[in-house]
Design a protein. Sequence first.
Length: 195
Amino acid sequence: MPTFEEITRHDDSDPSENPWLNGPPPPETVAIVDYKPEWPRRYENAAAEIRAALGEVVLGLEHIGSTSVEGLAAKDVIDIDLTVADPRDEDGYVPPLARIGYTLLAREPSWHEHRLLRLAEPRVNLHVFGPDSPELIRHRMFRDWLRAHPEDRARYEEAKRSAIPGGGHVMDYNARKQETVREIYDRLFRAAGYR
């Protein structure tokens, strides 16, 4: 189980590490759309396919990210956290996921052994972590906080819309909204008694 310190620390991957297996994805226009009531169903469909493909390899699946927060505008991409016993054991989950259309895009050993797989249509980003990763807890806490705190949900949506101008990779967009994200994390950690 991660410690409070691990959960509350804002970790970044090693900047010298190149996570991209086939080079970084090409720049794409980031488009934020109003909340779509179909997003929870899209998650459930994707989760059912992942469970069917992986069976007991799945230790946990969570709908995370903005599409998991009712009323929040977002990119039209479902983000899912998949927990497996050991993300380094790619042979245990990558081939079955590839058979249902997922592609392994990134490997980040320095950031909690994170792996990123993508389904092109309907668009899904699948984040793979081990059971001891603090990111699993952080993602759930952030989602649940935004669900319960409309003022921070609105603040986050404004940060997302403000981060769109500037182009570049999605990672550039993420960097432009990072200050607001970390402010919200700090507020929710204080409220939870973690700070």
